[in-house]
Design a protein around this ligand. Structure first.
Ligand SMILES: [Zn+2]
Length: 310
């Protein structure tokens, strides 16, 4: 599994070589107290990670209604091959030929994920979305949210939204009331958040708890943070172990979602356990991952380097 470069290189386009930071910041504006986001615990270095369970309190962001404008043009995500080429069943990315990943030791390279608009796209600290990427089929899923504004973060891509509606209805049948906390987030919005953190805390600190623009799964429109309808522990570690979290862990795959950052896989995903963050990958792949216990990174043989970051 360490052989990530070989296995994935051809499936991706190389881009910048700057190292990538957190992928999936759900952060709210600094200064709101619970600013930190779900990426806060990201295991980027060998040093003790922020143990404080910083929180992606999207709830507070919701109240602010700070729905940023979409990042403008919809970059064509097409182009190159994609890890999702393995949809047929192998665990290898399509076109697994030349290992040209440029992961300089100690500095994970940043690469643009090809076909970022497919439901199986791998977006993480290393692989980013094309600049300015905006999904072209965002809709408002008809589910409860922990806030009332009709803003960007209610949105998901159409296929994911439909699946989420079924998931929430299925949970309801089991006596579990789920609500959305934070779905789609534009690159612009992520940039604003990240820049604010940098201003406040400096780059090094900001990178520990905030995603860099382009690296958030939320920008794909395929990921959403969930909580109970009371919004308690929304995107916080205390969500783990709740009936809602347990229901999600047990049933999300039936609807095509995975718990994207599972417990015990921090060194592979680069993220601490996030029982609230579910990612739509389609039923087929979700079932496969549920059975194997693999993360998307393992599925594609692309574990995120987590050591040696400067
Ligand atoms: Zn999330």
């Amino acid at each position: 599994m360490k052989n990530r470069n070989k296995r994935i290189a051809a499936a991706l386009l190389l881009a910048l070589t700057a190292w990538a930071a957190a992928a999936c910041s759900d952060s709210s504006a600094p200064g709101t107290g619970s600013a930190v986001n779900e990426a806060a615990g990201n295991v980027q270095t060998a040093s003790p990670s922020p143990s404080q369970d910083p929180v992606a309190n999207d709830g507070s962001e919701a109240a602010g209604g700070g729905a940023a404008a979409n990042a403008g043009d919809t970059t064509n995500a097409g182009g190159a091959a994609n890890p999702s080429g393995s949809k047929g069943g192998t665990d290898k990315p399509a076109g697994d030929k030349d290992g040209q990943g440029t992961a300089v030791s100690g500095q994970p390279s940043e690469q643009v994920a090809a076909q970022a608009d497919t439901v199986a796209a791998l977006i993480n600290k290393e692989f980013r979305l094309p600049k300015g990427y905006v999904p072209d089929d965002l809709v408002y899923p008809d589910i409860p949210f922990t806030f009332s504004e009709k803003i960007d973060k209610r949105k998901l891509r159409k296929e994911a939204a439909g699946a989420l509606e079924k998931l929430v209805a299925g949970a309801k049948k089991d006596g579990i009331s789920l609500a959305g906390v934070s779905g789609y987030r534009s690159e612009t919005r992520q940039k604003t958040l990240y820049d604010n953190y940098v201003k406040k805390d400096g780059v090094a600190a900001a990178d520990k708890y905030s995603a860099r623009p382009g690296h958030s799964e939320h920008q794909t429109g395929l990921a959403i943070d969930m909580s109970g309808t009371d919004g308690k522990c929304a995107a916080e570690s205390c969500f783990g172990g709740t009936p809602e979290a347990e229901w999600l862990a047990a049933h999300a795959a039936e609807y095509g979602f995975i718990i994207r950052y599972p417990e015990g896989k921090e060194s592979i995903t680069g993220y601490k356990y996030e029982p609230w963050h579910i990612r739509f990958v389609g039923k087929e792949l979700a079932a496969k991952l549920a059975e194997s216990g693999d993360t998307l990174e393992e599925y594609y043989g692309a574990a995120v380097p987590v050591t040696g970051r400067k």
